[in-house]
Write a protein that binds this ligand. Structure first.
Ligand code: DAH
Length: 356
């Protein structure tokens, strides 16, 4: 009876095992399982031919076939785990990001470089204009004492003008009140004190830097912003010197079609004081939405140094006179490049920043 069925189980097992082991991917393994263990496999055929055996052989061979199938299914499961692990590792390797890798890109073109931020570019350009006019560039600290930020600038405690500055306080009272400077004007005091100490009057200096106010950001205000301060202290300085300096700067930086205007105003540290406006860069003075149809845009403040400020620094206001001004660098960048919303300057969107 045994000749009617492929009872060479050892040969069947090794052929099945070979077919399974030949698979190199989980997909190939799935195919091998179908053809070696599925309905049309030699193994299934052997099961079907059991019916032709007598009862005793059928039981014995049936059990052996069942065990053989069990071994082959276990083998397939083990092979699948191995192949799956290998494929996962290969996929991870292919996906890997090497953040330290230097990407040369097209070797014929130069490596892409970063660039300075538009506010930095504006600050540099402003410095260039003032240096060409004979000013020195100075700097002061961003955390200031109440004395430099307010008191020496003729704003004693409880002076109502302090209300113009929404101040961040770092330390209150003892031993000193420390604030994040709300403007660059405290650098004026530091410059005058140093010139008195070192006997280096006169002063012609600009001081650019970062300032802070508790403002909610909107299209024309940022809580962290930049100003450039100007200070001239010399003998016989007049308001005409201030107006001429401001006009010369405006034309040099914004171009000959943009002019300056000084409008009466009030600051505690200057007398008289003036608001510094420039021709609206959007409509060039014709009147538009940006300038509320006035043709002018406000850039900052200015005036003749108040005698009280000279006295606070130990300078004799009978011998010396001077002017000062301060305006926003971010505002300058906004007007020069006609940026509708100042918040674009701090959003770090490369599509915006790459334009400059
Ligand atoms: N510090 C003033 C502010 O931020 C601006 C200012 C006005 C600066 C008049 C000056 C000045 O130097 O003379 O509001």
């Amino acid at each position: 009876m045994s000749g009617a069925v492929p009872l060479d189980l050892a040969a069947l097992e090794s052929a099945t095992e070979r077919a399974l082991r030949a698979a190199e991917t989980t997909a190939e393994l799935a195919e091998a399982e179908t053809s070696a263990l599925g309905k049309r496999s030699a193994l299934a055929g052997a099961h079907r031919s059991l019916g032709a055996l007598d009862e005793e052989d059928r039981r014995r061979v049936g059990r052996e076939l069942h065990e053989l199938r069990g071994r082959m299914e276990a083998l397939a499961a083990e092979l699948r785990r191995g192949l799956h692990e290998r494929e996962r590792a290969a996929a991870l390797e292919a996906d890997r990001l090497d953040l330290t890798e230097v990407v040369l890109g097209d070797l014929r073109s130069p490596i892409a470089r970063g660039r300075t931020h538009p506010v930095t570019q504006t600050r540099d350009a402003l410095e260039d204009v003032f240096v060409a006019m004979g000013f020195k560039v100075a700097e002061g600290p961003e955390a200031e004492t109440d004395w430099y930020n307010f008191e020496a600038l003729n704003m004693p405690p409880s002076h109502p003008a302090r209300g113009m500055y929404d101040t961040f306080f770092l330390e209150l009272g003892e031993p000193e009140t420390i604030v994040l400077r709300t403007h660059t004007s405290p650098v004026q005091i530091r410059l005058m004190e140093a010139a008195v100490r070192e006997g280096t009057l006169p002063i012609h200096a600009v001081a650019p830097g970062r300032c802070f106010r508790r403002d909610t950001a909107d299209a024309s205000h940022l809580p962290v912003f930049h100003q450039v301060e100007g200070l001239v202290v010399d003998r016989g300085i007049t308001f005409g010197d201030l107006a001429g300096t401001i006009e010369a700067f405006t034309a040099a930086y914004f171009g000959p079609e943009v002019h300056s205007r000084l409008r009466p105003s009030y600051f505690p540290f200057t007398e008289p004081s003036a608001e510094y406006d420039i021709t609206c860069t959007i409509c060039l003075g014709a009147g538009c939405r940006t300038c509320s149809n006035t043709g002018w845009l406000e850039l900052g403040g200015s005036g003749m140094v108040d005698p009280a400020v000279f006295l606070a620094c130990g300078i004799d206001p009978e011998e010396w006179s001077g002017f000062a001004f301060g305006f926003g660098i971010d505002r300058c960048a906004q007007m020069r490049h006609q940026i509708p919303d100042m918040r674009a300057l701090v959003e770090n969107d490369l599509r915006f920043l790459r334009q400059f």
